[in-house]
Design a protein around this ligand. Structure first.
Ligand SMILES: Nc1nc2c(ncn2[C@@H]2O[C@H](COP(=O)(O)OP(=O)(O)OP(=O)(O)O)[C@@H](O)[C@H]2O)c(=O)[nH]1
Ligand SMILES: [Mg+2]
Length: 382
């Protein structure tokens, strides 16, 4: 029951949440509180009537893809796991992790150009490897790359693939838009075919899934697999014009902002993070430079109006035609329990970095977009 202290009010009707009397206003089932201790949001009644999706979720998984993973497993192939450093949290799909258990994974952490130039690559490498190992990937090595601006560490990546493939097939796996095709096209620029086989577009057995197959010896190949779903990312939820604005094209520099109790930070007309607790918090926001960042006084107490006022008019850019009314948004509450530098992120949009000090944040995002909190990827001086 102590958990109830965290929950406070239902974000839709504003009733005080309680789990003692189902007939009274603000009732929330105790099992929901136990299941989602990160903090929630809606009384049972609002949950039922509004059908809010209030669970941060991972991307969906295409069952056909298991057929490719089965082959990778049976061959004990080398997996080149491509992750997008800007949208790193989109890289974790439980089913893939489970199916690749015990398989050697070379991690290619791509889009280095989007992170601050002064960041130490070794720290980044350590961060990425650690996170993937904790997720139970069998990481044998990690390389930080970029295909932009003439390429970064691509030769090192090619060397590592040659080193670790050891007569095995190699599969490029990773979320859609992580950069697999871009990396393979860089590979092809320096590739010399010394085999009797051809490069083909290959259809994976018993599937409709296709990708390049490039011979590396007369018996082994590099396979490009289709990207896994990013349907929990903002990039897959907004229209093309908005996608182009939220996807950074160059180095993302942290923008320093101070939040005080009851103020929120707006990310265009797409999301907002509000500080509910009293500790003044300095943060650095990492988003595309096309996303307007603005601090705003919260309209506490009437959430429907609060979100509507901010997003309905779409006055800050970018704004999506698909997300305008309160019903189009999910609202989460995070209570920070860890010390040290933390991130709270909105997948596909960016993240904030701050020092954990038991703050409570309320985060409002387009429905179905994954919101996460982790130890920080890019550290700042506070
Ligand atoms: N900034 C930056 N953008 C990159 C980099 N590599 C790829 N991109 C861009 O990211 C987008 C997706 O790249 P792709 O290579 O098509 O990604 P993919 O993994 O093949 O995606 P799927 O085919 O959907 O699985 C494109 O717009 C690329 O230009 C990089 O190193 N830095
Ligand atoms: Mg591709």
């Amino acid at each position: 029951m102590a958990e109830l202290n965290k929950l406070q009010r239902c974000y839709h009707c504003g009733a005080l949440l309680q789990s003692t009397d189902p007939k009274k206003e603000g009732y929330i089932s105790p099992d929901i509180i136990e299941k989602y201790p990160e903090g929630l949001l809606l009384c049972n009644n609002c949950y039922k009537t509004e059908r809010f999706t209030n669970i941060p979720k991972e991307a969906s998984f295409d069952e056909e893809y298991t057929k490719i993973l089965d082959v990778i497993r049976s061959k004990k192939a080398l997996v080149v796991y491509v992750v997008d450093l800007f949208s790193f949290e989109g890289s974790f799909i439980n089913k893939i992790i489970t199916m690749l258990e015990g398989i050697d994974v070379l991690v290619v952490a791509n889009k280095r150009d989007l992170l601050p130039a002064n960041l130490d690559d070794n720290d980044l490498k350590e961060y990425v490897s650690h996170r993937l190992r904790v997720a139970k990937f069998n990481v044998i090595d990690t390389v930080i790359t970029s295909t932009n601006n003439g390429g970064y560490n691509l030769d090192e990546m090619f060397k590592l693939i040659a080193k670790y493939s050891e007569g095995r097939d190699v599969y490029f796996v990773g979320a859609s838009t992580s950069g697999k095709s871009a990396l393979i096209s860089e590979f092809l620029k320096q590739y010399l075919n010394n085999t009797s086989k051809m490069i083909v577009t290959y259809t994976f057995s018993n599937t409709n899934l296709r990708g390049f197959r490039i011979p590396i010896t007369n018996k082994t190949y590099i396979y490009e697999t289709p990207g896994t779903s990013t349907d929990n990312s903002l990039i897959s939820k907004v229209e093309r014009s908005v996608y182009n604005l939220i996807t950074p094209k160059k180095e993302v520099k942290g923008k320093k902002i101070t939040l005080t109790k009851g103020t929120c930070l707006l990310f265009g007309s797409l999301a907002c993070i509000e500080l509910l607790s009293k500790e003044k918090t300095v943060l650095y926001a990492y988003v595309s430079d096309k996303v307007e960042l603005k601090s705003h006084k919260s309209l506490v107490g009437d959430n429907a109006k609060y979100v509507a006022n901010i997003f309905e008019k779409g006055s800050l850019k970018p704004a999506s035609e698909r997300f305008k009314s309160i019903k189009d948004f999910d609202v989460y509450e995070f209570q920070v329990t860890e010390d040290g530098q933390r991130d709270i992120g909105i997948l596909g949009l960016g993240w904030i970095n701050f020092v954990g000090n038991k703050q409570t944040f309320r985060i409002c995002v387009p429905k179905g977009v994954y919101v996460y909190t982790t130890r920080s990827k890019v550290k700042n001086d506070f």
